[in-house]
Design a binder for this molecule. Structure first.
Ligand code: TA6
Length: 289
């Protein structure tokens, strides 16, 4: 990587890519989807998982990293899964460097590229790369008279040493929609002090603002996911089941877990005319004691 703090270059599939270098870490963001695909602190393994079978094409989402699900989450009839933001071209608006060397980039989703109905949204993604990774998705409804119903989610894929040696905490007592096979979308309560993942998991936790910690015994790393203005947390690993997407190597289910922060289903946001929403997620990591 060059010595520049933010370098604009070309990534896979010839898509425009930002390479960001801070004293404490490095990161990569595709302008396609404002899609963060890499964050690595000095001396640690990469924090984010990206599938070796991912597409890197202008009309398809990238598999891994941090897809931005917006302005809706999940499937919607006749529309792209997880919204529009992750398959549109974003623009770099501003870069800045703080006294500790951490680098902030501000990206904007041109409202002209949004379908009618959504074009009053002014959407920004602000990423700070330093000792931690902070991501903020900001959306303002610039309509003078029409409220918008939105969902948002930073669908982060974490890179882990071995899923069988991973445990999660922070969700005990929360209720969730069980979307894994056999879960049938039922609402349940998580009573486990520690969540382990021995098979497919697809839980949409609602009404929870708690941070989640990922304990990774193999990498000897503790990851902390802290969130602001987020009522929902999603935990997903497709395992090597039939539900595995085509752009995902079945063996890779061992290498990842999604811990996603946002506002979905019951927690959707009604954005009044002139109102702004901000979803902020900070990822930090430390060696396991
Ligand atoms: O967050 C979990 C989830 O909604 C799953 O149901 C799953 O299919 C996944 O996201 C990936 O969705 P995608 O549209 O990226 O294939």
């Amino acid at each position: 990587m060059s010595t520049k703090t933010v370098e604009t270059t070309t990534g896979k599939g010839n898509l425009p890519l930002l390479k960001i270098r801070a004293p404490q870490s490095e990161s990569e963001i595709y302008l396609h989807g404002a899609h963060l695909t890499h964050f690595q602190k000095n001396g640690e393994p990469p924090l984010l998982f990206v599938s070796r079978q991912s597409w890197f094409e202008a009309d398809k989402p990238i598999r891994g990293g941090v897809p931005i699900c917006f302005p809706w989450f999940g499937p919607r009839a006749g529309e792209p899964s997880h919204g529009l933001a992750r398959i549109l071209a974003w623009e770099l608006v501003e870069t800045s460097t703080a006294p500790d060397g951490s680098v902030t980039v501000r990206l904007c989703l041109p409202s002209t590229s949004l379908k009618p109905g959504w074009s009053s949204l002014r959407t920004e993604f602000v990423v700070t790369v330093g000792d931690t990774l902070t991501m903020e998705l900001i959306a303002k409804n610039e309509s003078p008279n029409k409220a918008l119903e939105i969902e948002n989610c930073l669908h982060t894929y974490f890179h882990v040493g071995d899923i069988s040696a991973v445990s999660l905490t922070g969700l005990r007592g929360a209720s969730y929609v069980d979307n894994a096979a056999g879960g049938n979308g039922e609402r349940k309560t998580d009573n486990d002090a520690v969540l382990t993942i021995p098979k497919e998991i697809n839980r949409l936790y609602l009404n929870t603002t708690s941070p989640v910690e990922i304990r990774d015994e193999k990498f000897r790393r503790l990851i902390r996911v802290e969130k602001t203005n987020s009522q929902s947390t999603v935990i997903w690993n497709p395992w090597n089941t039939q539900k595995l997407p085509a752009d995902f190597d079945p063996a890779e289910h061992k290498d990842m877990v999604c811990v996603e922060a946002g506002n979905i289903i019951d927690n959707k946001i009604i954005l009044a005319p002139g109102a702004t929403s901000s979803l902020k997620v900070t990822l930090s990591s430390s060696p396991l004691k």
